[in-house]
Design a protein around this ligand. Structure first.
Ligand SMILES: [Fe+2]
Ligand SMILES: [Fe+2]
Length: 174
């Protein structure tokens, strides 16, 4: 699937992001593996996608919050030699989600928000929900993101709204 093995990927990542982000990536990787087991997804794909989801947060570059996912998918392809489109999309859409997300995309999206170091009001409920009904967990997470962004007049990516609408309408197909 890819020319680099997991240790090479880890080393490359460690050298390009801060130690704080690197540790978060490792925890997101572990959480993605657990979710993959729960939801019958490919464990190796979940492992790589979870590990690389924030590879766009380069230590030597000021990358915006929405941009880092797009850059991350590009780097995953060009620097980490990931060819699997599902993995690349899981990285590309981990911040906003999108309509008709695949299970791998859902896993990385929510693993990022519930990895053990995450702490925010409602995180425990989110952790339980993620393993009970991943769609409901994503709906809850998108709602609170949209609320947060609106309250602070920050930039809202239309993809977040579209993802939420799609899930609410029950468009998911698992
Ligand atoms: Fe991220
Ligand atoms: Fe992250």
């Amino acid at each position: 699937m890819n020319d680099l093995n997991i240790e090479e990927i880890k080393l490359k990542l460690k050298n390009s992001v801060s130690s704080k982000i690197y540790e978060h990536c490792l925890r997101t990787m572990d959480e993605s593996i657990k979710l993959a087991i729960k939801y019958d997804e490919d464990i190796n794909k979940a492992k790589i996608a979870g590990l690389l989801h924030d590879c766009g947060k380069l230590i030597n570059k000021n990358v915006g919050n929405l941009e880092h996912s797009i850059l991350g998918a590009e780097l995953a392809k060009n620097n980490y030699l990931i060819e699997d489109v599902d993995i690349l999309n899981a990285i590309r859409y981990h911040t906003t989600g999108r309509e008709a997300m695949t299970m791998l995309e859902k896993i990385v999206f929510i693993a990022d928000k519930i990895e053990p170091n995450r702490s925010y009001p409602g995180v425990e409920e989110m952790r339980l929900l993620a393993y009970d009904n991943i769609d409901k967990a994503i709906i809850k997470s998108l709602r609170s993101t949209i609320e947060y962004v609106n309250k602070r007049n920050l930039e809202l990516d239309i993809e977040s709204v579209k993802s939420l609408d799609y899930l609410i309408k029950g468009g998911n197909n698992f």
